[in-house]
Design a protein. Sequence first.
Length: 136
Amino acid sequence: MSQLLHTMLRVGNLERSIEFYTQVLGMKLLRTSENPEYQYTLAFVGFDDESSGAAVIELTYNWGQTSYELGTAFGHIAIGDDNIYQRCEQIRAAGAKITREPGPVAGGNTHIAFIEDPDGYKIEFIQLSSATQGLG
């Protein structure tokens, strides 16, 4: 049996990224580790630990590196939520950047929204319930 454990993102400011993923998105800081010999620090964040079957995000800070070119191969992280409209309002109030307002996907019924983290990584929110009653 295999299981997706984590996705690694290189970040330019570890404290800022931890604050975004925990305070704005509501994830938990699961653990950190530092490697002075190779000059990097790791922080794992998620809604639950990998031992529960949940995938998490590994934030990697390479000491002294403040930014990265994101390239064109990586697309986005997807998070399911019970009410993406309310979630986006909370995210907006926290000062985060919403790049696609919540609404139905083109040609479909699924409701989605996109935001960016402090390093410019895209995060898609997908409405979990099929009922959109009371949204918007």
